[in-house]
Write a protein that binds this ligand. Structure first.
Ligand code: BES
Ligand code: MN
Ligand code: MN
Length: 454
């Protein structure tokens, strides 16, 4: 294994160029106009898996976008590691805020700028290249399976069925995912928890049509005014979510656990500076780290209605809309929280409006143990390649498949990601460091080796 670094160095231009080709495909799963491109990305991934030397490569259709599957079984006595990732990406807009077009990757200051560079194309592609390298050198220490999906960014809606229908095919000892971040390039970390998600859309209707705001304004409920008032009530002055029962199932952490979580390297000042905000805010009694990892939250993701064109139009709109998400922590359940939200939202609506609530996707929160064989292997691998022992850290984002895998396959996941929180995933100018990409390719072989050695 010790000439891995040298081999990566020899091949790094090719690795980067291949990733750039993948990043040129606008595989935005949320927007129907990119449907062909999403399928093209699946095709690209399957071709690269074949080229890497994997067997049984297959583009498995689902009711949504396909799952790309591949495997290399070298010995049924050896452990099997299933590598999960996603080839779909978030929408690129607001497109005008990108300094270079989102699907025309450029390298600047050692980073590749493109939508999906860090989330998750650049990250899962490290696995394709790492396994390619191991196969070429006859060094693959265990069996591997790949499962790269195309609907993660829209809630992995059809993945549950796929997993249930393909239990034998997906059987494995552990799942390895690179779709999270490290604390800094010189502070490696392993993600030991993810938040769940409930995503809702609300529609508030006032009068049956748009009205002149002078003729009717003052007497007829304005749905935008009303929606804003309702949303404002969802969080109180202490930063608590006011939905009845919202915190009922939350597992409160012990003082020792809280202390451990708050002891990870973190500078509040740098955090504020990097975001250009003068202060952080949130649930009273909790730190920024806790607020973004171990505490549940509620955020408006989008709000619209009325006239938003140029200039001014005097109108009392008929409807107002908002997309609202809640991040969940163990033991909250997505479906239950969605129902509590709907009940509460209807209850606080004044009689002057009608309310419609739609459920979008959800996902369950997870905690990953740090005393397991797989955690130990990831820890050793990162220590080997970073020269520093990684820190366990809970992440604030969601990856719905992790809870699903555990429930359906009874298999645990290792979240060994190589991104940075400042990679601007889901934002304009998403980027992924070349250092991180290459470090991932270097670390993955050691994970496989140490995991196999047990
Ligand atoms: N890779 C992210 C999740 C993530 C990012 C976890 C950073 C930890 C740290 C993933 O692609 C993602 O964005 N998931 C969505 C959930 C999905 C249901 C839309 C999310 O968290 O919003
Ligand atoms: Mn992701
Ligand atoms: Mn994402």
């Amino acid at each position: 294994m010790d000439n891995i670094q040298k081999l990566i160095h020899q091949n790094q231009d090719r690795y980067i160029n291949e990733l750039i080709e993948l990043l040129k495909i606008p595989s935005v799963s949320a927007e129907p106009k990119y449907k062909e491109d999403v399928l093209k990305a699946a095709e690209f991934v399957s071709e690269k898996l074949v080229a890497a030397g994997l067997d049984a490569v297959e583009i498995c259709s689902t009711k949504g976008f396909p799952v790309v599957y591949a495997e290399k079984i070298i010995d049924s006595q050896l452990p099997t590691v299933l590598i999960y990732g996603h080839y779909d990406v978030q929408p690129a807009d607001p497109i005008e805020l990108w300094t270079s077009p989102p699907f025309e990757p450029v390298i600047k200051d050692g980073k590749i700028y493109a939508r999906g560079s860090a989330d998750d194309k650049g990250q899962f592609y490290m696995h394709v290249k790492a396994v390619e390298l191991l196969l070429a050198e006859n060094l693959l220490p265990c069996n591997v399976k790949f499962m790269i999906e195309g609907e993660e960014e829209v809630g992995s809606e059809h993945l549950g069925d796929f997993v249930r229908e393909n239990k034998a095919k997906l059987s494995c000892d552990v799942i390895l995912v690179s779709d999270t971040a490290i604390i800094a390039n010189d502070i490696p970390s392993i993600t030991v928890g993810l938040r769940g998600l409930s995503y809702m859309e609300v529609e508030v209707t006032g009068p049956n049509r748009d009205l002149h705001s002078g003729v009717y304004g003052g007497a007829v409920a304005n749905p935008i005014n009303t929606l804003c008032k309702m949303i404002a009530q969802l969080i109180d002055d202490n930063g608590h979510v006011t939905i009845d029962g919202f915190y009922d199932d939350v597992i409160n952490l012990s003082e020792a656990e809280r202390q451990a979580i708050n002891s990870i390297p973190f500078s509040e000042e740098e955090y504020r500076k990097e975001l250009n905000i003068s202060t952080t805010q949130g649930e009273k009694g909790y730190t920024t780290i806790e607020r973004t990892s171990t505490r549940p939250t509620l955020d408006v993701n989008g709000i619209w209605g009325g006239y938003i064109g140029e200039g001014a139009k005097t109108v009392l709109p008929s409807k107002a809309f908002a997309k609202i998400s809640m991040r969940l922590v163990p033991n909250q359940q997505s479906e239950k929280i969605s129902q509590l939200f709907e009940k509460h939202f209807r209850a606080i609506a004044p009689e002057s409006v009608k309310v419609k609530v739609t459920y979008h996707h959800g996902g369950e929160p997870v905690v990953v143990p740090s005393d397991s064989k797989e955690y130990a292997a990831a820890e050793r691998a990162m220590e080997k390649t970073f020269g520093k022992k990684p820190v366990p850290q809970r992440g604030g984002g969601s990856i719905p498949i992790v809870a699903l895998f555990e429930e359906e396959l009874g298999v645990k996941t290792v979240l060994m990601g190589f991104g940075l929180d400042t990679d601007d995933i889901h934002s304009p100018n998403e980027h992924y460091g070349i250092f991180n990409f290459l470090k991932g390719i270097e670390t993955i072989p050691y994970f496989l080796k140490y995991y196999t050695e047990g």
